[in-house]
Design a protein. Sequence first.
Length: 288
Amino acid sequence: MSAEIWTIQQLLTWCTEDFRKRGLDSPRLDAELLVAHALGVDRVRLYLDFERPLVAAERAAVRALVERRRKREPVAYILGERAFYGRMFHVGPAVLVPRPDSETLVERALEILPKDGTARVVDVGTGSGCLGLTIAAERPGAHVTLVDISEDALRVARQNAERLGVMDRVTLLRSDLFAAVPVPEGGFDLIVSNPPYIPSVDVETLMPDVRQHEPRLALDGGRDGFDCVRPLVAAARGRLRAGGAVLIELGVGQSEAGLRLLTDAGFVDVAVHRDLGRVPRVIEGRAG
C-alpha cells in the first residue's frame, strides 16, 4: 500500500484481492469488516463514503489489521466481538468464536423452557457464554450457571454477562465438567454444552484460522472426539430434575454414537436436531 491517495473504494478492492489471493473464505466480507473497524464506522458508511480519500493514519490502521488477517487470525478476534443469535459477544483467543451452527442448540433450549416462569440452567464448557447467556437473555426467569475449566474463558463470559445485562441471574464457576458445580434442590431443568468433540487427528486438518488461533482445549475431543462427551453424559442425568433435558452439540457423523451414549446412561425421549445445513448437530435426552 503506497503513500499515494487511496479512496475507501480502492482500499476495499485492494484488501479483497489480497485476501482472495491468499485463499481466505470470505475476502470481501473480511475486507469490509476490517476497514470499517479501522475507520470506526459501520459497513454501510463505507459505501456512502466510497470516494472519500483516506489520510495516512487511516491507511496505517487498516494495514495493521490486514497484517493480522494475513496471519489467519480470525476476524472475530481482530474485531474483539462476534454476533450470535442477534447479540454481540466479546471474544478473544481464550474462547471459541461463536458459530451459527450452535444457534440450533439455543433454538431447541428456548422451545423447552417456558417463556414465563423460572428455570435453572447450566452451560458446561461455556467459553464466551454465548449459549447460556443467550438463554438468560431470552428467558428472564432463567438462572444460568456458566461453567468452564479455563479462568480466561470465564473472564470473557463475565464480560458478556455484564454486556447483556443479565449478571444478576448468572453464576460463573471454574470446574472440570460438574466437579465443582453444586446441584440445586430438585436438580437442573436444563443442561447445555458445546464440548470439545473434534477427534485429535482431525484437529490438524482444520483451517489455519481455527487450528492456529482458537483454543485447542475447546476443540480437541481426544481419539474419537468423545473424551469429554462421555463423562458429561454420564454425570448429567443425576443432576437433572425428573423430566429435565440435556442438549449437547456434536460434530458431523457423531450423532448416532451420541444418542447411544444418552440411551445407555438411562436418558429417555432421545432425539437429534439438525442445523441449517441439515447436519445432525444437537443431541437431546430427558431424565426419566
